[in-house]
Design a protein around this ligand. Sequence first.
Ligand code: A3P
Length: 717
Amino acid sequence: MLSVLRLRRLVRQVPLQTSFIFLFLLCILSVFLSSYFLFAIKRKLEPSLAAGRSADDLYVTPSRPLPFLSGVGGTLSSDGSRTDPVVLVFVESPYSQLGQEIVAILESARFRYRTEISPGKGDMPTLTDGQRGRFVLIIYENILKYVNMDAWNRELLDRYCIEFGVGMIGFFKALVETQNELRRSIPDFTFNLGFSGKFFHAGTDEEDRGDDLLLSYVEEFWWFPHMWSHMQPHRFHNQSVLAEQMMLNRRFAEDQSIPTHQGYAVAPHHSGVYPVHIQLYEAWKRVWDIRVTSTEEYPHLKPARFRRGFIHRGIRVLPRQTCGLFTHTIFHKDYPGGPQELERIIDGGELFLTVLLNPISIFMTHLSNYGNDRLGLFTFKRLLNFLLTWTHLKLQTLPPLQLADKYFQRFPSDTEPLWQDPCEDKRHKDIWSKEKTCDRFPKLLLIGPQKTGATALYLFLGMHPDLSSNYPSKETFEEIQFFSGHSYHRGIDWYMEYFPLPSNSSSDYYFEKSASYFDSDVAAVRAAALLPRARIITVLSDPVERAFAWYQHQRAHADPAALKYSFHDVITASHNAPVKLQVLQKRCLAPGWYATHLSRWLEHYHHDQILVVDGQTLKTDPASVMEKIQTFLGLENQVDYHKTLAFDPKKGFWCQLLDGGKTKCLGKSKGPRYPDKQSQVFLRKYYRDGNIQLSKLLYKMGQVLPGWLREDLLNIR
Ligand code: A3P
């Protein structure tokens, strides 16, 4: 009792005006359902039964001979009818609610009636009295009892109805009725049903009749395409083949007049949605104009509270919640841990908390939860009751497109996905294309910053037989700039294309260099999500020297602002300076806040994974640096760079030694190393605190302080 009161208090703390959107998405794989809905069976006289049969042709049970007459029917009463004016009502139980309601209607209309418990096998009441029918109308409280009756008895009943011209009314329970019931508290609540056309009419006779029954209520629900044969899209590498399969389902929908304008689809087992399979996204758009989907897999199944949405290739992916109805749970009594366990998760447990804590909840479960023990309907009705009893939540439902609008208005920062390594999560790996491999990701990132020597290091690394760099980019040359730039939204398939298909050799070790990673706000978190085991190398040179080299580089590339303003102007520009100048200043100085940027990388990578290279040593003694790097990377094949590099006095740099004694060098230096004295003094002061922080950080990391930093610290004292 105490806990209930506490719960009540907790719930009341939730702002009343909070609008909670509650959308249940239910995937019905083989379309067979029951619904609590008046279902009048329109029976046609089947030719075999209707025409020209003699009494002798009639089917006679061994236990109960049937004295039916075909054609003329039974004995006519004075009012001309061949049956007694009695209605036969098949109820679920003597206490069932709908059964009692039916009886009440019959009584108030002064009908004579007789109630019977719906027979399963063998207990069909006697339908005839001599040549006269005993009932004028048959009512089934639950039409499924008729549908699932053994063939013997159903045929008996069918013949009775045909012979005596008796009609049958069935109450087609559950789905529509539950929908209507939920609508009383959630306006316009509508079940969203998924279909896989290949399974239409592919079940038992009963199931096939269920398919038809459901389709006769097609307008009552929303519909979404599943896959034609429930196949997993990530298994299709060829987009056109995938699209063809989707077309089959589309044609099925058109043939059956299933409305498909919701722009929403769900992939079996979340396949291809996350980790994203570009082929699925493109085929969905092409065939169905899909704009919204949902998954439980982003970023991971567990913990559920971290599930998020994202947008990829114009398709909005909404987070889906788990409702605890596993596919194998068909019957209430068989619920794992017993029915009380299901009730516990509903009544204040996980399911209740899911709705309480998520402003938007999307649930999906399977046909078996609807067609068998109506576990799905039971669960959601009970959940709704619990919510209405214990909270003031305002529940609302929206069609998928509007729901997606709402979600991303509310969580705009969810727009960008964070791509993770599909091989780090077994569930993800299982729904990732076999044609894709995590071995095609780099194991080493050279993160810059700009103008510290990273290009030279990139060249030297590429000389190692076990290391392979990325293919060049048309836009950004040797750099991919995936984690820091706008290409990130293109996804990991795009990124992987920059690396060769892995050979069988275990020594494949890919690396890439993008100098913009070091000081990017987002690169570290993104890189760590996709490449959690990668090694990271940053080259740090004197930030004063770096800022000046960067400025000269901009001038050499005719940056108008750099040409217009002197270096001193740039570094000393105030908050009132022209915006262009301020922007230039930031780009010039910010990468030199080494401690700030390195700390960010250390938030996402263990310090053992990061190596800080002294830019000055790289310039003067690259072979020693390369030795250290090979050890850091754990390369078995140690190359002696003293033999493969040569100093080029003309260029003033170490270069790659080619066959025949020639050298391959990078471009020559773009001017003096240090700026004017005044600027130097200004910048020394500007970077002083940052450099002190950097020394502490490197000390903690157990890394050797670069020579330039030691010198700088000595001067500070
Ligand atoms: P300058 O071009 O101003 O001399 P990055 O590649 O990170 O942008 O850095 C470019 C800087 O790398 C060059 O700046 C140069 O000082 C330095 N560097 C270090 N070793 C080098 C090498 N072997 N060849 C060319 N430049 C080298």
